[in-house]
Design a protein. Structure first.
Length: 188
């Protein structure tokens, strides 16, 4: 389950529920809501469809069921519908009587995801600023755990990280040279 970092998803009760039902929780990187864009788009689609059928005379439950049936039967960019991907079979709807099913092969190639290595120096976007850090752990294909030069450890999406050749600065508080300050003799 992919979710944002809202307190409801971080609660002990919800963590217990997920572990009892073998649900793996994955949280999006803070400040990068596009990670959860698919869920947001599904909510927008449902709202739009409910608005379109608002004048029809049927219960809300029937409206939602009809919308979900059509959604699950609509092919995606890969050429298969969500029902086909989940159930390994095509749902039969009224449109199937008009247009016979002809399988198509998708020719779309996905771009490879940019990747960083553990230990690699990176620049990290925090709000509108960039700070230097080091990748400590890879969390899936697009999320990383990064330790900033300040010592703080944060989770970030690949879009919030840039590889850099800037080495970590070591700060020394010891003087490198000593100077003798001449003193004036103030004798009156």
């Amino acid at each position: 389950m992919v979710s944002d970092n809202a307190s409801i998803f971080q609660s002990e009760e919800f963590h217990a529920y997920c572990s009892n039902h073998d649900i793996f929780q994955k949280f999006i990187a803070p400040g990068h809501p596009a990670t959860n864009g698919l869920a947001e788009r599904n909510v927008q689609t449902l709202k739009h469809r409910l608005k379109a059928v608002s004048n029809e005379r049927m219960s809300m439950q029937m409206k939602v069921q009809n919308i979900l049936l059509r959604y699950r039967a609509t092919p995606l960019s890969c050429g298969k519908s969500p029902a086909e991907l989940y159930l390994n079979r095509k749902l039969r709807i009224r449109m199937d009587a008009i247009f016979p099913y002809q399988p198509r092969h998708s020719k779309l190639e996905s771009k490879p995801v940019r990747s960083l290595q553990v230990g690699e120096r990176v620049q990290v976007r925090i709000l509108s600023q960039w700070q230097f850090g080091e990748v400590k752990k890879k969390l899936g294909n697009r999320h990383y755990l990064v330790t900033l030069d300040s010592g703080r450890t944060i989770k970030r999406h690949i879009n919030q990280l840039h590889s850099t050749m800037v080495k970590k600065k070591s700060v020394s508080f010891e003087p490198t040279q000593s100077f003798e300050i001449p003193r004036l003799n103030n004798t009156i």
